[in-house]
Design a protein around this ligand. Structure first.
Ligand code: WTA
Length: 640
């Protein structure tokens, strides 16, 4: 790994420099209660909390609360409080698939649209605590829909538009949703995405009372009487004011489904006060936010990054946030930089997979644009390899913009490990150091906490405001998944190395979660989809390194007696996974094998499968515990 150190660029003037950062670290150590209450002052509260954190990770006394006696409304924080001074300021810049066809919404427009949506939801009987699914393209109405839920106290659950109807169905059932907000179609890379049609399919076996359809392309779509409402048809009649609900800080704000190592995706629950404080605080700290900034986070709102750094963090701070509904290579590989120049983007935040895909096209598409407005670059979602980091820094940032490699998870609400751009020397490939108040620890399999330079499993020893509060409908699973592996610690599922300078180097998941292009896929979900095919007897899915995607999916499949594995069946299985989960989970490689390597007790030896998928066949490690060592030779010979 590269150990190059890049100091903070000399002329990067940040609000928080090394001295200020050191002071913050001391303050949070000395008096966390006071420090965290201080951070809560970023928001407007109906009742300011008297308590900050109240939590215990111990099984006997397991609880997590933040700002519990505070009351607030997050849509008020993102909208109303900016109106007097900044009503005409741009809140959202919508940058659609087709460059140049965008529009801007001021804070007042976003406020009015949010109130309209909120009134529509209320007119359909939707109340505080009800669950509302959002399955939409990256259009400003999607942000308004989220904020409308927050305004009336309904709990939103955004589902990425790339997930299949079957996935949407599963989530609707799990959280017992009463409404879906969608669009007629999406458009990405010039191709339509049939969102409303997918919703109809998802609702075949479990209907909801209300479907609100926003017009995006104007496609001709069927509407079900009594259930489906065209937003554009009713919009004019909806009032542009809506009284916000005063929410308790611990009232749920949203559910976001994410894959874990076992079973179906979990509904990660974030509550109002702590999440809002964390999104706003980290936005200001990590991105050195200033009023003049044009902030562009390329993530979709279907992921946590879109929640925290397209919508809630920037808007709570009164920033101008870009909502991008396109892809990095459409109409060509210069898209990001053409857009940066045209919009005057100052802070640009994207995923390593996009950086690697662009790097492969060479420097010319980047150099064709000036990018002079950019002052800060960010990375999120997966480990960034030092080569990609260096290219991002040198070519995209011309060696003058700090790169913040931000490590965090859906469960965390916001960034946990990252440089402060004006205070932390950077090492390419390392997310550097924890933010103030975040206490990472490395643990070995025997529960021993490792000190100094070491490698181990990454845990967090104390809570922070943005930590998730429960798994929707299954509090026991919450404890079991995150707090039972290491006593008294939150276990992240990531492996990590800490170097002599106290820098953290995330090495990737150590559980059965695969990170494909920054998207979390559970191997168990893909396996259960594969075995649902009538010809399949058994399946085991592992990750292998992929040049662009970071990791890709390699599936080992055994067939029922008499079945033949060929390309036609590969295609069918691929279709099956697309149908059950979505295109993002489709295996890159499918390897038909007469048998899987198992221990004598029948456990699949994934370690060996991983090695084969990675092509490390000369180094399979100990195979003596295999029930039938002959299986391995056949597997090696049949590698895809
Ligand atoms: C990985 C995305 C290395 C990690 C915000 C984590 C990273 C998982 C980084 C969470 C990073 C995210 N460096 N690895 N900067 N950021 N990861 O829930 O494995 O979609 O556990 O949240 O992505 O993915 P999630």
């Amino acid at each position: 790994m590269s150990e190059a150190v890049h100091p903070v660029p000399e002329d990067f003037q940040a609000k928080i420099g090394p001295d200020e950062l050191a002071r913050m670290r001391e303050e949070v150590e000395a008096d966390p209660h006071r420090f965290w209450l201080e951070q809560a002052k970023r928001l407007d509260w109906y009742e300011f909390p008297t308590q900050a954190g109240d939590w215990s990770f111990d099984e006997d006394d397991f609880h997590i609360n933040w700002y519990a006696d505070g009351r607030l409304n997050l849509s008020v924080n993102c909208l109303d409080r900016h109106l007097a001074k900044d009503g005409e300021r741009t809140a959202l810049i919508f940058e659609p698939d087709e460059p140049g066809e965008g529009r801007r919404w001021t804070y007042r427009e976003l406020y009015e649209e949010t109130c309209r949506f909120a009134n529509l939801l209320k007119s359909r009987g939707i109340r505080r605590g009800d669950r509302v699914m959002i399955y939409m393209p990256m259009i400003p109405e999607a942000a308004a829909a989220m904020l409308a839920c927050a305004r009336i106290g309904a709990i939103h659950s955004v589902v990425f538009g790339g997930f299949s109807p079957e996935s949407l169905h599963g989530r609707i059932v799990d959280c017992d949703a009463c409404a879906v907000i969608t669009a007629d179609e999406g458009v990405r890379g010039g191709k339509p995405i049939p969102l409303k049609r997918n919703v109809d399919t998802a609702l075949e076996r479990r209907d909801v009372a209300t479907v609100i359809v926003v017009t995006r392309t104007g496609a001709d779509i069927p509407m079900k009487a009594g259930r489906d409402i065209s937003y554009s048809a009713v919009r004019e009649e909806l009032a542009t004011e809506c009284e916000p609900e005063a929410m308790g800080a611990e009232d749920p704000l949203f559910i976001l489904y994410t894959s874990g190592s076992t079973g179906q995706p979990k509904g990660v629950v974030h509550t109002t006060g702590g999440y809002a404080v964390w999104a706003a605080t980290t936005f200001e700290w990590v991105f050195d936010y200033r009023r003049e900034d044009i902030f562009w986070c390329t993530a979709d709102i279907g992921w946590i990054t879109g929640h925290s750094y397209v919508v809630y963090g920037p808007l709570a701070c009164g920033a101008t946030s870009v909502m991008f509904d396109g892809v990095p290579n459409y109409p060509d590989f210069g898209r990001f930089w053409e857009t940066v120049d045209r919009l005057g983007v100052t802070i640009f935040y994207t995923a390593p997979t996009a950086i690697r895909a662009l790097m492969r096209e060479g420097d010319d598409p980047v150099k064709a644009y000036s990018r002079k407005s950019i002052r800060l670059l960010g990375s999120v979602g997966e480990p960034i390899n030092p080569e990609a980091w260096e290219w991002y820094w040198r070519v995209v940032g011309d060696g003058r913009c700090p790169v913040v490699d931000t490590w965090w998870q859906t469960e965390n609400g916001g960034i946990l490990i990252s440089p402060f751009p004006g205070a932390t020397p950077m090492k390419p490939g390392s997310a550097t150091k924890p933010l103030p108040g975040i206490r990472p620890v490395l643990v070995d399999p025997e529960q021993k906490i490792l000190e100094g330079a070491a490698s181990g499993n990454l845990c967090l020893a104390s809570a922070w405001p943005g930590l998730m509060r429960t798994v929707w409908g299954d509090h026991e699973r919450f404890f079991q998944t995150y707090f039972s592996t290491y006593t008294g610690l939150y276990f992240t599922g990531d492996g990590c190395r800490r170097d002599e300078d106290g820098y953290y180097w995330i090495t990737g998941r150590v559980d059965d979660v695969i990170n494909v292009s920054g998207h979390r896929i559970g191997t168990a979900e893909v396996e259960s989809s594969l075995v649902s095919h009538p010809k399949v007897a058994e399946a085991a899915v592992v990750a292998y390194p992929h040049e662009i995607k970071g990791q890709a999916i390699y599936a080992f499949v055994t067939l029922n007696a008499g079945e033949e594995g060929d390309d036609a069946l590969r295609k069918e299985l691929n279709q099956e996974v697309r149908k059950d989960i979505g295109a993002l989970a489709a295996p890159e490689k499918i390897h038909f094998t007469p048998a899987l390597p198992k221990t004598r007790s029948g456990k699949i030896m994934r370690r060996i499968l991983r090695k084969i998928a990675e092509g490390e066949t000369g180094n399979l490690g100990d195979t003596s515990t295999l029930a039938d060592p002959g299986v391995v030779d056949a597997l090696v010979a049949g590698r895809q």
